[in-house]
Ligand binder design. Structure first.
Ligand SMILES: [Zn+2]
Ligand SMILES: [Zn+2]
Length: 259
């Protein structure tokens, strides 16, 4: 089992990351993709200790749309920051998370679009997959991926919270789609309906921890061990065994991030 998107370098784990990793390994996890915000000095500093403690961890680096505002008028600066981070980290396997968030709108939308587009172009240039964060921005996300990616970039729509139409567009772009604890929530019907439309060979699972703890841990600090709850629910949605879903999502992870 793999957690394809976790924020283990987040300040939320500073005091007990060793115990969190021990529980993940005990739960049967064989790997995880640790997401680093390239503009966060604390995260870039902490990831080394995490990788030392859990050698099968791999990383991804990008400038999150929430932080894009710092690069207003200067998207190249975000790109160079991410490029340096990728070159400094032998475990880096993707560019991200990057994208657009029109739900929180923590940065002006035109700046979000510029910073996202520049990082999509970077992924194309360096030949790495993308980890996409998109919220209430379906049309612009797809348009930028088409324009800046030119059909040459693959990746994953992480923590999918859209509907069936966006899932369809993600598949058409050649992307994978990753589901989080949202699939376990009582109000997750739309997300479960979208998950049911994704073929088994394009599915990934994640915790997006420390947020979005799955049922029955909802409201607590999330952690990679609990990706098991996501796999169980996704297996039920697809009418397959937990073992089949665990194997399929692990294989997809390796194909996408470690070809
Ligand atoms: Zn995200
Ligand atoms: Zn995330």
């Amino acid at each position: 089992m793999i957690d394809s998107h976790c924020h283990l370098a987040d300040a939320a784990y500073v005091s007990d990351v060793d115990a969190v990793i021990t529980r993940a390994i005990a739960a049967g996890l064989t790997g995880a993709l640790c997401v680093i915000d390239a503009s966060d000095g604390g995260e870039t500093q902490r990831v080394g200790a995490i990788a030392a403690r859990w050698p099968s961890v791999r990383t991804t680096a990008g400038v999150h749309p929430h932080r894009a505002g710092a690069y207003s008028g200067a998207p190249r600066e975000a790109v160079e920051l991410v490029r340096r981070r990728l070159m400094a980290d032998s475990l880096a396997r993707a560019v991200g998370e990057v994208g657009l968030d029109y739900h929180y709108d923590l940065a002006p939308r035109d700046t979000q679009r510029a910073v996202f587009g520049a990082q999509v172009a970077l992924a194309r240039e360096v030949g790495l997959p993308l980890v996409i964060h998109t919220r209430e921005a379906d049309d612009d996300t797809v348009a930028i991926l088409e324009e800046a990616g030119q059909g040459q970039v693959r990746g994953v729509f992480h923590c999918f919270s859209g509907g069936v139409p966006l899932a369809r567009r993600a598949l058409d772009l050649g992307f994978h789609v990753s589901f989080s604890g949202i699939v376990t929530f009582p109000k997750g019907e739309d997300v479960r309906a979208a998950a049911a439309t994704i073929p088994l060979d394009r599915l990934l699972v994640e915790t997006d921890c420390p947020y979005l703890a799955p049922v029955p841990h909802r409201g607590k600090r999330n952690e990679p061990a609990w990706v098991v709850r996501v796999i169980e629910r996704l297996a039920a949605v697809h009418g397959v065994s937990t073992a089949v879903m665990a194997a399929a999502t692990a294989e997809n992870y390796h194909n996408l991030f470690m070809p």
